[in-house]
Design a binder for this molecule. Structure first.
Ligand SMILES: N[C@@H](CCOP(=O)(O)O)C(=O)O
Length: 468
């Protein structure tokens, strides 16, 4: 069968064919792999012409992945309206010029003040269309180091046909992130605080998705970026950045510097470049949790326990979407991908073959940024550009300042509002960042969450009890 962009294949070789709705409602492929489009669609250069609005860009970028899997007009009718409502500035993802050839793409103006809102609002609207069409109900399980969970709760709370279970690492997300998840009064939302780190939460989610008893009881999926639909919703803002650069008279292809945890955001940028977006390169900027940087720089992908940092949403040591990068860079070699990730799951370490490593390095480089440098960068951004930035953005800006700008502009992604991380930002800039309305409105509402061990049977029991 010809490979096309709206049919989905698994990174581990499962031959069963899925369309966009199926990939969305399954979250992961049945063989434990991640869904990828059968081929990369091409985007017309017209899509990133100066002056394009975000909704129009999103429609052009997403439509080829959806094909006819959803009712005609589903993308336009609700999804795009929803995508751009509830965002504070008129431009959904404004690009700020910081200095010559250095830019910051602000992605935190949505309902939970983090970049996850952009894709999550779209995923919620599209899944509601898919469920209406099929008449089904859906249980979503999602792991979070803070931002994904908050965005998921905002997007899916009180939604018909959907039940949402969010697993966050107990006492390892910021107080604002936790309150965004736990103060929402919605009967269809369950918050589980897991005694462990994000990687434990993600492992539990993957285990739940693979559980036959849950799968046979109804639709069971995830809105982590392991779900292709969630990840694809992050492609449009790369296109929007190039369109905004064009409007500023900058036509050279940019280097994107992406603060990186689960590697979904960076992979969305790589996907945009595969679709034809002019990009000069990608830099994945990680904090001290540097499994990805060690894999790319040293050729050994090895697990370590995650350490706590100020850029808490990036405290990830087993970035799920590295699997998609390996699949793509290996020329879509599902056999090799399966072997490498099964070895990693079993032994916690795997050496990447040299040819694969070269191909990975052609797509993306990686930099690890220390806690001290992160703090210095928050101070520099404030003192030099008058910008108060969150620790994740600071990690990206620090890496961006190390990129050679003689060949073209460098765009650092600014992923969250600094007020979500006041404890780490205030001591550096000398004041509490002014919270946006969406954070002020959290008030002092009561919180609701259950604490569980990082154990598959505890997670299964909690999910079963909630479902009952
Ligand atoms: N940084 C994330 C971790 C999960 O990432 P996702 O993109 O796979 O949902 C978070 O804030 O939860």
């Amino acid at each position: 069968m010809a490979q096309i962009s709206d049919r989905y294949v698994s990174t581990r070789g499962d031959a069963s064919d899925a369309d966009f709705a199926e990939a969305l409602l399954r979250g992961m492929a049945p063989d434990g792999g991640l869904y990828m489009p059968g081929a990369w669609p091409s985007l017309s250069p017209d899509a990133w012409a100066a002056g394009r609005g975000y909704a129009e860009i999103a429609s052009r970028a997403m439509a080829p992945f959806i094909g006819d899997a959803l009712p005609a007009g589903a993308l336009d009718r609700r999804a795009l309206a929803r995508l751009t409502s509830g965002f504070e500035p008129d431009e959904v993802t404004p690009l700020r010029k910081l200095e010559d050839s250095l830019y910051m793409l602000e992605l935190f103006h949505g309902p939970t003040a983090a970049f996850k809102d952009l894709a999550m609002q779209l995923a919620a609207a599209l899944s509601s269309e898919a469920l209406k069409a099929s008449g089904e109900r859906l249980t979503l399980v999602t792991a979070t180091s803070g931002d994904t969970g908050a965005a998921a709760v905002a997007a899916f709370a009180n939604t018909d046909r959907v039940r949402l279970i969010v697993l966050h690492p107990h006492e390892r997300v910021s107080p604002v992130q936790r309150r965004q998840m736990t103060t929402v009064e919605a009967p269809n939302v369950l918050n589980l605080a897991v005694r462990g780190d994000f990687d434990d939460c993600q492992r539990l989610v993957k285990g739940l998705l693979a559980d036959e008893s849950l799968r046979s009881a109804g639709r069971f999926s995830s809105v982590n970026s392991i779900n292709w639909a969630r990840l694809a919703g992050q492609i449009p803002y790369y296109v929007s950045a190039v369109s905004q650069l064009a409007a500023m008279g900058e036509t050279r292809a940019p280097v994107f510097v992406v603060p990186t945890g689960n590697f979904g955001d960076a992979f969305a940028g790589i996907a945009a470049s595969k679709m034809g977006l002019p990009v000069a390169g990608f830099v994945a900027a990680v904090n001290r949790n540097d499994a990805l940087a060690r894999a790319i720089n040293d050729g050994v992908y090895a697990r370590k326990a995650a350490v706590e940092t100020a850029s808490v949403s990036m405290d990830v040591q087993a970035p799920s979407n590295f699997e998609r990068l390996v699949f793509e860079a290996s020329g879509r070699d599902a056999e090799l991908t399966r072997t490498l990730f099964e070895t990693f799951a079993r032994e916690g370490t795997v050496t990447l073959p040299p040819a694969l490593l070269d191909a990975i390095r052609a797509e993306v480089s990686a930099v690890s940024v220390s806690e001290e440098t992160t703090r210095d960068q928050i101070a520099h951004a404030h003192a030099t550009w008058g910008q108060v930035v969150c620790p994740h953005t600071a990690v990206a800006l620090s890496a961006a300042r190390g990129v050679d700008r003689s060949r073209g502009p460098v765009v650092a992604l600014s992923t969250a509002h600094p007020a979500k991380f006041g404890k780490d930002v205030a001591p550096v800039v000398g004041f509490d960042p002014e919270p946006p309305r969406v954070i002020r409105e959290l008030g002092d509402r009561a919180e609701r969450f259950e604490v569980i061990d990082a154990d598959a049977s505890a997670a299964l029991a909690a999910v079963r009890a909630f479902a009952a």
